[in-house]
Every structure is written in C-alpha cells, then in structure tokens.
Design a protein around this ligand. Structure first.
Ligand SMILES: NC(=O)C1=CN([C@@H]2O[C@H](COP(=O)(O)OP(=O)(O)OC[C@H]3O[C@@H](n4cnc5c(N)ncnc54)[C@H](O)[C@@H]3O)[C@@H](O)[C@H]2O)[C@H](O)CC1
Ligand SMILES: [K+]
Length: 473
C-alpha cells in the first residue's frame, strides 16, 4: 500500500487527496450509522489520525453530529505534513471538544467515551510497528471496554495489516479499509477484531498499481547500522566465453545496485580480461574457453558461498554450455537466467529453485512463449518470474502483472540487458523475486533515462551503470 501511495505521488496524485477521500468515507459511515449524536474520534499522530481529522471536518458542518477529538500525544508532534495540514484546518471548524491525551487518564476524565454514540478508531493504521506502547495500549483497552459501536479506520488499531501476531488490538464493529483489502484482514484472526470489513475506494489511479513506479522501490529496506559484509548480497555471475564484456557489465551493475560481493565465474580464456575491467570484481577462472561440464564442480562450490546466481551473459550457445547450464540451474536456490543461459533452461524448473528469467521477445518465443499477453500464464504454469524486456517491460509471477515504462530507444545499444540482469541479481538477494524483477526493470530504465539526457543515442551500457546510484538515491 505504501508503494501504491508513493506511485500515486510519482504520477502527481497527492497523499493529501487520498486522505481527503479516506476521511470523507469515514464521515459518511458515521453519519449513516448514527444520524444524530456524538462521534468521538481517537486519533494517532500518523496519517491514520490524519484520516480522522478529515472525517471530523466533514462532520463538523452537520448540525446533528457533535464531534469530539482526542489526539493521542501532543498535537505539536503530529508526524506527517498531511495529517498536520488537516489538523490545522480543524481550527476553522465547529468542534465540540478537542484534547491532547498524553496519559490515558486524560481521556477517561472527559467522560466522552461513556457518553458517545460511536467511537472512530484512528489511533494506528498500517504504520504500526512492534509492541503497543503507552498510552495507546490503555486507550485500546478503554475502547474495547466501552461497549460502544466502533468504526476502525483502515485497520483496527494494533492489528497487523500483514496478518502477523497481534499483541493487542481494537475490536471494531466495522473496518473501513482503504483502496484494497489488506492481507491480514482476510485471516481467521481478523474476525476476532472486526465484525465487518468494507473496502473503500479512495481514488487511487489504476496506473499506480499497473505500472512499476518509484514507490515500488520502498521494499528495498534501509540497511541496519550494524550491517556487515555479505548481508546485502553475494552474487555469483556465470558468463563469458565468446564475450567478455557482458558478465563484467552485469557484475558492475550488481555492485552499483548495492550488492556486497560480486564474483564472476568465467571461462579461463576471458577471465583475465574481465578482471582487468575493474578491481571491484572477483574473478574465478573456469576450465576452458566456454562453460562446460568440467566446470560443474568449481561452480557447485561457488554457488554454496553466494546468495544469488546470475547466469547467461556472453556464454554463447555451444552445446556443451547449454548442457552445463541445465545442470547448474537445479543447484541454485535463487537464479536469474538471461541471454544465452535461457537456451539451457529445462522446463519445468526444479523444485527448490526460485527463478527469474529476463528474455527479450525473441528469447521468450524460443522458450515457447508468444507475446506479452502470455507472460502471466507462462509464469504461472512454469512457476517462475518473467521480466519480458521490451519498449514496455512486462513482469509477472503468474499472479500479478506489472508494466515498467522507464527506459528509452537509446538503450537498444548492446550491454543494457546485461546491466539489467546484474541489477536483478543484486535485488533478488534482498527482496522477493517479483519485487526484485519490478524494481530492477524500473531502476535500469530510469538510469538509462538519466544517461539519455546526458548522451542521447550515444549512450553506452556503462553510462547506464554510472547512473544506477542516482536512481537508487
Ligand atoms: N492509500 C491509503 O491507504 C492511504 C492511507 N492513509 C492512512 O495512513 C495510514 C498509515 O499512516 P502512517 O503515517 O504510515 O502510520 P499510522 O498512522 O498507522 O501510525 C504511525 C504512528 O503510530 C505510532 N506507532 C507505531 N507503532 C506503534 C506502537 N507499537 N505503539 C504505539 N505507537 C505506535 C508511530 O509512532 C506513528 O506516530 C493508513 O493506515 C491510512 O489510514 C492516508 O490517508 C493516505 C491514503
Ligand atoms: K485504526
């Protein structure tokens, strides 16, 4: 949901607009339920509280509804600009009562809850993390002990929208959840915390979900301060033979995407050339001038010390290589297969292997696919993730289809596919395969767009690598 929000921003739809729609829906629900009476809003200091401030404003002009607002914590410490903005507007509205609750007793002393006709729970939404702190914990108890009708905003406060364990949460009569059903609300546990769930349309642009946007990059977590070498990905690139540049490009792209260790296993004939490109790449020479079965033992050991394998760039299509690729793939837990590696795939893929393939349309056809319309069905029947490269990239895990539109015709130059494979491999170490594929397509294309601004049609794959960090930042 956070990714969709951020994608909306990227498209120009502001969070404030979504909040307005969310709050308006809450206000309508309150009005429908009580018609006349006292509505008590319990608002946290995040955007969940922001939704409540909007709803309170909408109801404040209704002569039959009396609005009371309890902000949990100090109003001066409201955390987001959108929530702050909507809080400030309440200064121009007819509100019956507004207090700051820094201790649960403040709320109890008002008697508002006992006197209310409905409680609107906007304490915590999807931004919850960890065990419920005070005063929130006692306030949840107060709401649950009140016997009053409760409308929960987005999720019952304290409930994990992803469906994880619940320490303590509000018990609501109805939850109005925004834009899409949250996974957690479909679990049996949810029925303990809300009798009913309604999904409310808040006007999200369909493109925010259909197209990969900068918001999708939010899955790429900030690193912990105590991270150590290897935790952000050890990537094994298997490539080279007829070509030496392709695996080097993939390796440099993986490093620029944030991978900690990148090793290239390449035929002995090109290992020296690859090593000479950059001291940042670790190179392990294989036996001869193409990848072949004699290399399996060396490669098996290398796979054991890496998180993700990226195979295919510059390998060529020698029969020995195809055979070696088909034997290497089942040894991998996580593998990205690109370029010539695609010709060594044997379907169905082996159990225990998570695979992302990154074909262009010709390679996709060689695998038995036809067009972008087939991507979802092909991914589903073969249990893999496809990133089909094209003017628009199509990504699917067999359930969802996402389209990426970053990139430009300057990127038809050789090597940009190798860059994409490297970016994908690096992200696969730290994200789910479909997230990795979506983010990689976006980052590669956006880096290409920055390179195009500088270089036009003369852009090179190495220019794209140079701009990856700008996109990631
Ligand atoms: N597209 C949409 O669905 C929209 C959703 N909106 C609403 O925004 C919330 C999410 O807002 P966010 O600011 O990210 O977080 P919260 O308001 O849920 O909570 C943050 C708030 O809570 C405190 N906190 C976190 N964990 C705890 C804890 N364990 N104990 C106590 N306090 C905790 C934290 O410090 C913050 O202050 C979403 O649910 C929707 O309701 C927007 O309206 C836009 C559209
Ligand atoms: K809530």
């Amino acid at each position: 949901m956070r990714a969709i929000d951020a994608n909306c921003e990227y498209l120009g739809l502001k969070g404030l607009q979504l909040m307005e729609n969310a709050g308006a829906a809450i206000a309508r629900e309150v009005k429908e339920r009580i018609g006349t009476g006292k509505a008590v809003f319990i608002a946290g200091r995040g955007n969940n509280g922001g939704d409540a401030f909007v709803a309170a404003r909408h109801l404040s002009s209704d002569p039959d509804i009396k609005v009371y607002i309890a902000i949990v914590g100090q109003a001066s410490r409201i955390r987001t600009d959108d929530a702050k903005h909507n809080f400030n507007l309440l200064g121009h509205c007819t509100i019956e009562g507004l207090i700051e609750v820094t201790d649960a007793s403040h709320l109890k002393d008002t008697g508002w809850i006992d006197d209310s006709d409905v409680i609107i729970d906007a304490l915590l939404g999807t931004g919850i993390s960890g065990k419920i702190r005070e005063p929130e914990s006692t306030i949840i108890d107060m709401i649950n002990g009140s016997g009053k009708p409760v409308i929960a905003v987005d999720v019952p406060s304290g409930f994990d929208p992803d469906g994880g364990d619940v320490d303590k949460a509000v018990k609501a009569d109805i939850t109005l959840t925004f834009h899409a059903m949250k996974n957690g609300l479909t679990t049996p546990l949810a029925s303990k915390y809300t009798s009913e769930v309604k999904v409310v349309n808040i006007g999200v642009c369909s493109d925010a979900e259909k197209y990969v946007g900068s918001g999708d990059l939010k899955v790429l977590q900030r690193r912990r301060a105590d991270s150590h070498k290897g935790q952000s990905g050890r990537i094994l690139i298997i490539g080279g033979g007829p070509y030496s540049g392709a695996p080097a490009l993939a390796a440099m792209a993986a490093l620029r995407t944030g991978a900690d260790i990148v090793t290239v296993a390449a035929p002995a004939s090109v290992a020296g050339t690859i090593a000479a490109y950059s001291p940042d790449i670790i190179v392990r020479p294989l036996s001869s001038d193409v990848l072949c079965e004699e290399d399996i033992e060396t490669i098996t050991k290398l796979i054991g010390s890496h998180d993700v394998v990226v195979i295919g760039m510059g390998l060529g299509r020698d029969g020995r290589t195809k055979k070696a690729v088909s034997e290497i793939i089942p040894l991998c837990k996580k593998v990205v297969v690109d370029a010539d590696g695609l010709y060594g795939i044997e379907l169905p893929i082996p159990e225990g292997t998570e695979m992302i393939i990154t074909p262009h349309s010709g390679e996709f056809r060689a695998l038995g696919g036809e067009s972008a319309d087939d991507v979802k069905a092909f991914a589903s029947s073969n249990h893999l993730i496809i990133l089909l490269k094209g003017k628009e990239d199509t990504i699917s895990n067999g359930e969802r289809v996402a389209i990426n539109v970053t990139g430009n015709p300057g990127m038809t130059v050789g090597g940009t596919g190798d860059v994409l494979a490297g970016v994908t491999g690096a992200l696969f170490a730290i994200a789910s395969p479909v997230e990795a594929a979506c983010c990689a397509a976006f980052i590669n294309g956006a880096a290409g767009d920055l390179a195009f601004e500088e270089r036009g049609y003369g852009l090179l794959a190495t220019d794209v690598i140079d701009r990856i960090t700008d996109v990631m930042k």
